[in-house]
Design a protein around this ligand. Structure first.
Ligand SMILES: [Zn+2]
Ligand SMILES: [Zn+2]
Length: 144
């Protein structure tokens, strides 16, 4: 068996270094108001991993955390302010932002919370009104 594929990631300044290994649980774009507001961007490109797939290699003490709700613990680097990832304890998954793992072959499989979108993305990828049923959503699909 081959060793699991690993991808290096870092914050904007490099003080925090980490790696993800194996295959993500899912990946796509989140259009929700919270993601847009916190990231100050029109959409969040996410990749979801189990906590054991994410290893902080350097700068653990540089990681700050804020949670507005118990569902999302948003993490960033205290030195540069660069976003790193968001822990979702309820789902048991960590959202590692696609932008911080540049070598990872990101390939969106779904758009979530598309009913809240500000930036229309006509990419033929499934657009969910909120989130999949297995994540407590309606699972409803919205046409492009
Ligand atoms: Zn940094
Ligand atoms: Zn979101």
């Amino acid at each position: 068996m081959n060793a699991e594929q690993c991808y290096q990631g870092s914050c904007f300044c490099g003080a925090v270094q980490f790696r993800v290994s194996g295959e993500p649980h899912g990946m796509g774009y989140c259009h929700c108001q919270s993601c847009r507001h916190w990231s100050a961007s029109p959409v969040n490109a996410f990749t979801l991993w189990k906590p054991e797939q994410v290893t902080v290699l350097k700068g653990e003490e540089q990681i700050a955390s804020y949670n507005k709700t118990p569902n999302s613990y948003r993490k960033w680097c205290k030195t540069c302010g660069g976003h790193i990832f968001t822990e979702h304890p309820g789902m048991g998954l960590i959202d590692v932002f696609a932008a911080v793992i540049p070598d990872f072959p990101y390939d969106a499989g779904v758009h979530v919370h598309y009913q809240e979108h500000q930036l229309a993305m006509k990419d033929k990828v499934t657009k969910l009104k909120d989130v999949p049923e297995e994540m407590g959503g309606s699972g409803e699909v919205i046409e492009e």
